[in-house]
Design a protein around this ligand. Sequence first.
Ligand code: S3P
Length: 171
Amino acid sequence: MKNIVLTGFMGTGKTAVGRELSYILGRKLVDVDSEIEKSRGIKIDEIFRDLGEEHFRNIETEMITKIAREKHLVISTGGGAVLREENMRALRENGIIFCLSAGPLTVLKRTVRNSDRPLLRGDDPMKKIIELMDYRKPFYEKAGIMIDTENKNPLQVAEEIAEIYNAEVKS
Ligand code: S3P
């Protein structure tokens, strides 16, 4: 069975929705960022700080290529995975990609409490969210099936995705 792949901007609920999907469909959830941290024994934050974003993107591509070969998974990617077409191509090969979306204010609310997102750190996270979202919009739009998460809880989003996924795999 094809993988269910979740992508989308930081704070759109990929991990929380992934957990619900994993539970309702009885599938293993693989979170790309967690796999990177486990395999390197280092936090994403530290990779950004010590080695830089480009280095992180290379590790991310390596990990995505490895995970995307498997089947029957729920895969949750980091928000920047869409930036490299080779990541999306690998994920598409064995999976159906869903791109979660939310407005900047919702993203701010969902990310403000934890400090583990190096790209949103600084005096004005809202400005960074808007700039990054703007730049990435075309990448997200072509990544996969768009799912709006505004005013929905993770279970509702997961149920919506499961329904679309089931219809897609049957067709
Ligand atoms: C990133 C998103 C993060 C993490 C890294 C870079 C991005 O994952 O991969 O901080 O470029 O959008 P989440 O989307 O799970 O926060």
